[in-house]
Design a protein around this ligand. Sequence first.
Ligand code: PBG
Length: 327
Amino acid sequence: MATYDLPERPRRNRRTDAVRRLVREHQVTPADLIWPLFVIDGHDRCEPIGSMPGQARLTRDLLVAAARRAHDLGVPAVALFPALPDDLKDPVGTESTNPDGLLQRTVRDLKDAVPELCVITDVALDPYSSDGHDGIVRDGEIINDETLDVLGEMAVAQAEAGADIVAPSDMMDGRVGAIRAALDAAGHSNTGILAYSVKYASAFYGPFREALDSAPRAGDKKTYQMDPANVDEAMREVRLDVAEGADIVMVKPGLPYLDVVRAVKDAVDVPVAVYNVSGEYAMVKAAAANGWLDEELVMAECLLAFKRAGADMILTYAAVEVAERMQ
Ligand code: PBG
């Protein structure tokens, strides 16, 4: 049988599982994952989210139990989002700064029950806004600087409750600097900021907005979230957020923006997070439910793509199911 005289045979490094493991360049571990969770008021209630199979809105008691499970599996952090009834929403998001608001109570419960778990809180008006926008709306316009004052107060309320890291997700100009100043002035210089620096005006957030009933009541988010066509602008946003004091920067959504994750990773020396958003999760779940894709393998492949692109951490609704499989 003739053999060709090939100078290189890359397949030699793929011959056995042992060799493949030796030459593997990237891996995902539970320590890379952050689990987003939705909290509702009440006791012992779990409301499944239709478009996010496996995820639910949980009351604080159930959320603490879920977070403990994540911690036990080696997941270092959770990211919290409150789902509020309409009567607690108003145009200026008053409830967001309530020291005894739902989110603040949840943070306290979590820090009491699982103090080692890193608790990340969302700083944006949309869960609290009767307009469903991330900023204060006046005459159809999202008012930037007035919103910053509320964001600063909200971040302080969350830090006071015990949040380890606050995560501004609103894309207002100057928010990282405003929040850093507010936190420092209130004596919270140890509270970190995970900035949603590059957040696109994406259609992949649909299931999340269903979960929180937080879709804009009028218009869209294109005057603050970014145009999916832009990369230079992403670099500008990242530069500003790092200069304003961001401890970690994030790109969101994830899978359709891996080029942006790589560009950001190459440009900064702070850690880079990526958000594998609700629509990305829903697509995999829906295809799997139809028997069209192998959910476990596809989910693992998606998470690996984030690591390859340079992400240091991944927010994913699949965090716990993936960590379970890694045991
Ligand atoms: C809003 C916010 C959104 C998400 C996280 N924070 C949605 C939006 O901007 O409308 C989306 C997350 C997801 O889709 O998983 N501050």
